[in-house]
Structures are given as structure tokens and as C-alpha cells.
Design a binder for this molecule. Structure first.
Ligand code: GLY
Length: 263
């Protein structure tokens, strides 16, 4: 859990990604973010949706898991909880980049196709991890879809859609168009295939293929199992990913790429 939350915190702080600082803007030009964590030991989970003015929604999601009896807090309720937990409120402008503003303006045009515009670029961020005892965890964080309606909740804060972790099977974190991921509950679908005996790679490909065939959905996933097998698979044009295992770092961006170097 520490590893996935730390990894996603770093990605939220990096303006190159659609999470935390660098999030896409809703139709009113505002930042509303979603995040989820899940602990495979207990099936404990925590999430926030449509939360504003926090730098690291993933840390708030972890607090929901650890400090409340609920799984998800939304909007103003999530902000109030953040204040009660002593999480600092940050100015909205500190989360908004010039690039996000430029894309928001471009997508106000009635002829724009926000899903096409977003696909493959600046995705949701996520992490999955397995420790030496076979405990798995996942974390996912996003600003959502470009020019989404105010109050829109995507896949990310919904358990089984924005991620799932179960020590008996594995952990998955997805990226892509939230509405299509939700229609097929992609992470839980992939874990279902793993329960039926498939490895992370084959199960991920089967889940993504079903989403494409059934609801024309494109996206990507990172998947681990409790033995340390892992996969980074996508049917979008590109997905930036990296995996650290023992003393090797693997990474890639386009299909067929798997660069390796010592950690
Ligand atoms: N997958 C992120 C979103 O659609 O909100």
C-alpha cells in the first residue's frame, strides 16, 4: 500500500499526467478529481470522487479507507473530510496547467470530440504492487475526462472499475475512457480470467479485447499476481508504463516496447 500510494503521489505531482496537478478540466474549466486505493489482504478500499483543491487525492482515498467505515466520499463531503484530517487545501490554480487550459478551450468547440482528443494522451495514473509475502495493492488517480459535466464520476473511484486488489488473485489498475471501463468492470473482469487460470498478460488482453468488441472501448491496464508475474497491456495507441522487479527496471510507451535497465 505504501508503494502504490507513493508512486501515484509522484505521478499526481507531475504535470505531464491527468491527475493532481495537470488534471484535465471540466466543462466549467474547473478541476474535479477521482482516486481509489485497494488493499488485497483485507479487500479494504477507499475512494474520493469529484474532489477539489487537494494536491494528492490518492492520499485522501487512503485516509477514507483507514479512517472511515465508508468506501467513497464525494465532492464537498470529501473536501470536509480532508479538512478534518488536516489535509491542506491548495488553490485551484496550482492544479491547472496552461496545457490543460488550452485543451479545455479547444474542446468547448461543439465539433470537438473530447474522447478522441484525450485517448492515448495524458492518461489517468495508477500503480499495482506485490510484496515478498504475496500481498497485492492498487492505486488509481485521475482528473477524469476532458470537458466532462460538473459532478461526473468516472470509473476511477468505483471499486472493481477504477481498480481491484485481492491477495487470492492479483491487482489491476486501468486507464482509458471511464464510461466504457465501467460498462465491463474491466479490472474485475481481468481478475475473473485470472481466477479461471489465465496469467496476468493473457487475462489483461482478454479483458481489453472484450471491452473493445463489446463497447468499442480503448484503454490499458497494469496487472500483477501474488507470485510477482506482471503485465502492462493496452489497445490504445500508446500507454506510458514502467515496472520494477528485483534489480531490473522495465518500461515502454508504444506497442512491442519493453526496454530494460538496472534499477
Ligand atoms: N479513466 C478515467 C476517467 O474516465 O475518468
Amino acid at each position: 500500500m505504501d508503494a502504490v500510494v507513493e508512486a501515484v503521489t509522484i505521478l499526481e505531482n507531475n504535470p505531464a499526467y491527468n491527475a493532481g496537478r495537470g488534471s484535465v478540466l471540466n466543462v466549467k474549466g474547473e478541476v474535479e478529481m477521482d482516486a481509489l486505493v485497494m488493499d488485497g489482504r483485507t479487500l479494504g478500499s477507499g475512494a474520493v470522487s469529484a474532489v477539489r483543491r487537494v494536491a494528492n487525492p490518492i492520499q485522501l482515498a487512503r485516509l477514507v479507507m483507514e479512517k472511515t467505515s465508508h468506501l467513497c466520499l464525494t465532492a464537498e463531503g470529501a473536501s470536509k473530510f480532508a479538512r478534518a484530517m488536516g489535509v491542506p487545501e491548495v488553490p485551484e490554480e496550482s492544479l491547472i496547467t496552461d496545457y490543460a487550459t488550452m485543451r479545455w478551450k479547444k474542446n468547448l468547440n461543439p465539433d470537438a470530440n473530447p474522447v478522441k482528443c484525450q485517448m492515448g494522451e495524458m492518461g489517468t495514473v495508477g500503480a499495482v504492487a506485490v510484496d515478498k509475502e504475496g500481498n497485492v495493492a492498487c492505486a488509481t488517480s485521475t482528473g477524469g475526462m476532458i470537458n466532462k459535466m460538473e459532478g461526473r464520476v468516472g470509473d476511477t473511484p468505483c471499486i472493481g472499475c477504477g481498480g481491484y486488489a485481492d491477495n487470492q488473485i492479483g491487482a489491476v489498475s486501468p486507464t482509458g475512457h471511464g464510461e466504457t471501463i465501467m460498462k465491463v468492470t474491466l479490472p474485475r473482469l481481468i481478475l475473473f480470467h485470472m481466477e479461471q487460470g489465465k496469467g496476468p498478460k493473457e487475462a489483461s488482453d482478454m479483458g481489453l479485447a472484450y471491452m473493445k468488441e463489446r463497447v468499442s472501448g480503448l484503454g490499458g491496464v497494469i496487472t500483477v499476481d501474488p507470485t510477482g508475474q506482471w503485465a502492462a497491456r493496452f489497445n490504445s495507441l500508446q500507454m506510458s508504463w514502467a515496472a520494477a522487479q528485483q534489480d531490473q527496471l522495465h518500461y515502454g510507451l508504444y506497442h512491442g516496447e519493453d526496454f530494460t535497465e538496472p534499477v
